[in-house]
Design a binder for this molecule. Structure first.
Ligand code: NPW
Ligand code: ADP
Ligand code: K
Length: 517
């Protein structure tokens, strides 16, 4: 598990080490320089091709200091590293050691004041840029004098390593300035910053590489944000045992599909079946069931008429999925929501998606094992009805909806954010997907996968994060790692193979960490 902390939490954890004189900046700089060497020449010191040049963009604070120290270390290893100072002041000790090591410190204000293209010339001769303009003290706004620099680097596509975090990113919330530089890798010090895991920061960070500075014992036991990795999937995934029956493994009932959107039922039932439900029931009008059973003969069909469903009639069910392909006024939406409510007949675990979300009102209250799965538009519509500011960013919007409904909220997007109803519990943020998942019907598949995990008895927030991992990875597999388009049913069909890869640990996975996840 990757655990993300706020800027204040990181500063508080660093304080006792700095008080006793631990050389944290030097340690950070050595690890950073090591990483740069690895990028340039596979880790062999003194072996860098002499033509490759590193340029450190150094701001006024300690983040700039990390970059300047790292440049000096690289120089001492025979790698050409210089600095471009982006502010009026810079980290004095870092500047001294880089000068002593033979490096040049260019000044941005001077270069831009010169006639001609001195700045572009310097940038054009750099093979790798270290972004050390701002660290955890940075605000997500770009001052005017830095625009030309950032615009040029974005256009040129020069590889960037972010020092601690991409500059102009809020370390705690993930909010980023539009011109912030996307990094190939982020080398982050002491602890992963929460903003690197959330929408905004996660889009900029590239591969995460955590440098252990010994902060572990000083970090709070609760992180702000968590992210599941393969080892977590291996730990949490429900396995079938010798004593299991289809009922003990979990029965999921899915109220989905209508005359207008019949395919949604096929997709949701396929997601549920492929994720390993003991049994999938589908509650839908007869023509929809006909379609579902042609695609998935293993599903049990429960025909419904206009008047909704009597759940007491359908037999044992551990989780209920309601909403894919339902108009908000479909009678199944209200009867299933009533069952899922804290004061309802149960089951008290399930998924409310799509049309189900549009049928919710302010009086509906749930427990944490009910998961709402809105995309941004659905979340905003629901927020308006619940008197919540619909313009909030994804994470605070998910938090507010969870608090208002008592349910877990899974907010869809390139980064999927999951808010448990307990405001003190960490958010979960998964970034496993591909833009090719932005195609009709993939959300229906996700609802089915999640329904199966809830039916197996997993707690709402964990089930939601696991479903997001599986769904994102299946999307990646179906699109050949983001190379070719996919259709929603492909995503369901790829779930078993992706799961097998994760459970057997046969795929290279995130390199985040030198110990402190
Ligand atoms: N502490 C430790 O033990 C260790 C810390 N380490 C390193 O320290 C880093 C934190 O350093 P830091 O606190 O000096 O903050 P940093 O982000 O470099 O600069 C903040 C300055 O920038 C300014 N500023 C802010 N936003 C701005 C904007 N949009 N545009 C322009 N300016 C802006 C702001 O000025 P203000 O405007 O607020 O007066 C302030 O002066 C951390 O990320 C890690 O790399 C490592 O060495 C390991 C050990
Ligand atoms: N740009 C993107 N990158 C990665 N995943 C995405 C992107 N856009 C959407 N997704 C994912 O695709 C799914 C789309 O769900 P949804 O919008 O409900 O689709 P539908 O209602 O058509 O089934 C969600 O799981 C979402 O996280
Ligand atoms: K930085």
């Amino acid at each position: 598990m990757i655990r993300g902390f706020s800027a204040d939490q990181v500063r508080a954890a660093e304080a006792p080490l700095l008080d006793v004189g631990e050389p944290l900046m030097l340690r950070a700089a050595h690890s950073l320089a090591g990483h740069v060497r690895e990028q340039l020449c596979g880790g062999a010191i003194g072996n860098a091709p002499p033509t490759q040049r590193v340029l450190v963009l150094a701001g006024s604070g300690a983040n700039g200091g990390d970059g300047l120290h790292a440049a000096a270390i690289l120089r001492r290893d025979g790698i050409t590293a210089d600095a471009l100072l982006t502010a009026e002041t810079c980290h004095a000790e870092g500047a001294d050691v880089l000068r002593e090591a033979g490096g040049t410190l260019h000044c941005l204000a001077e270069l831009t004041a010169r006639p001609g293209h001195a700045l572009e010339g310097l940038l054009g001769s750099s093979d790798l840029v270290l972004d050390a303009i701002l660290g955890i003290g940075g605000r997500p706004e770009v001052p005017g004098h830095l625009r030309r620099l950032l615009e040029h680097l974005r256009r040129a596509g020069t590889p960037v390593i972010a020092v601690d975090l991409p500059s102009f990113l809020d370390a705690s919330t993930g909010e980023a300035a539009q011109l912030a530089l996307p990094a190939r890798t982020t080398v982050t010090f002491g602890a992963v910053k929460a903003g690197l895991l959330l929408p905004g920061g996660s889009d900029l960070a590239g591969d995460l590489h955590l440098v252990d500075l010994g902060l572990g014992p000083h970090l709070p036991s609760r992180a702000l944000v968590e992210r599941l990795e393969d080892e977590d999937v291996r730990r949490l995934w429900p396995r079938a045992g010798r004593d299991d029956s289809k009922y003990t493994r979990g029965v999921v009932a899915i109220a989905a599909g209508s005359t207008r959107y019949p395919g949604a039922a096929v997709l949701a039932c396929s997601g549920a079946a492929r994720a390993g439900a003991g049994m999938v029931r589908c509650l839908a009008p007869a023509p929809v069931l006909d379609l579902v059973l042609r695609a998935r003969p293993e599903v049990l069909g429960h025909p419904v008429e206009d008047g909704g469903v009597d759940l007491a009639d359908i037999g044992r069910t551990q989780a209920l999925v309601v909403g894919p392909g339902l108009p908000g006024d479909d009678a199944r939406a209200r009867s299933c929501i009533d069952a899922l409510r804290e004061d309802g007949q149960g089951p008290h675990r399930g998924v409310i998606d799509a049309g189900g979300l549009d049928a919710l009102d302010a009086s509906d209250a749930f427990g944490a094992d009910v998961v709402l799965t809105p995309h941004r538009g659905e979340a905003q519509r629901l927020a308006r009805r619940l008197d919540i500011d619909p313009e909030l960013a994804a994470a605070p919007l998910a938090r507010a909806l969870a608090e208002a409904t008592g349910a877990t909220v899974l907010m869809k997007g390139a980064v999927t954010v999951i808010a448990p109803p307990d405001p003190e519990a960490p958010l979960l943020a998964q970034d496993d997907a591909t833009g090719y998942l932005a195609t009709a019907g993939t959300g229906d598949v996700l609802a089915g996968i999640l329904g199966t995990l809830l039916a197996a008895g997993l707690p709402g927030p964990r089930a939601a994060a696991l479903a997001a991992v599986l769904h994102g990875r299946a999307g990646r597999a179906a699109s050949h790692d983001g190379l070719v388009p996919l259709v929603a049913l492909d995503v369901a069909e790829r779930v078993p193979e992706v799961l097998a890869t994760i459970l057997t640990g046969t795929e290279h996975h995130s390199e985040a960490s030198e110990g402190e996840r």
